[in-house]
Design a protein. Structure first.
Length: 138
């Protein structure tokens, strides 16, 4: 038993030293919140050159998209963390991976916590199934 925990500790420490350099390239670069002024001027000029019927249609589309975004955000469809981070935590700390995926302390979290406390491997497998599965959130 002591040998298993020692191996897991060595694995976690090795992963912690390798992870930043390995996954840094795969993470998306932050997007600037300020658009290029030349692009904004070109977009405004393009929009102003449209006929009024087309302008109204585009404004209606944008309003519909904003309304849908707000409804999705209110319903909790926004992910808490990226899938890569969820999988990493599902392997290292399975209940945390499930919590990040679900966004709440629900039944799946408690099942995974129980499995992890009893035996680590079943908890990790269950966390990976929850994170990578297509089952809807409850």
């Amino acid at each position: 038993m002591k040998k298993m925990f020692t191996r897991m500790l060595v694995l976690v420490l090795a992963f912690a030293t390798i992870a930043p350099s390995t996954f840094a390239a795969s993470l998306p670069k932050p997007v600037s919140t300020n658009p290029d002024p030349a692009f904004v001027k070109a977009a405004i000029a393009s929009f102003n050159s449209l006929p009024s019927k087309e302008k109204r249609a585009r404004i209606k589309e944008v309003k519909k998209a904003v309304k849908q975004f707000k409804a999705d955000k209110k319903a909790g469809k926004e992910p808490v963390a990226s899938t890569i981070v969820q999988v990493i935590f599902a392997i290292l700390l399975p209940p945390l991976g499930v919590y990040l995926h679900e966004g709440a302390l629900n039944g799946r979290f408690w099942i995974d916590l129980l499995l992890t406390l009893l035996f680590f491997i079943p908890g990790m497998i269950y966390a990976l199934i929850v994170v990578l599965g297509d089952a809807p959130k409850r």
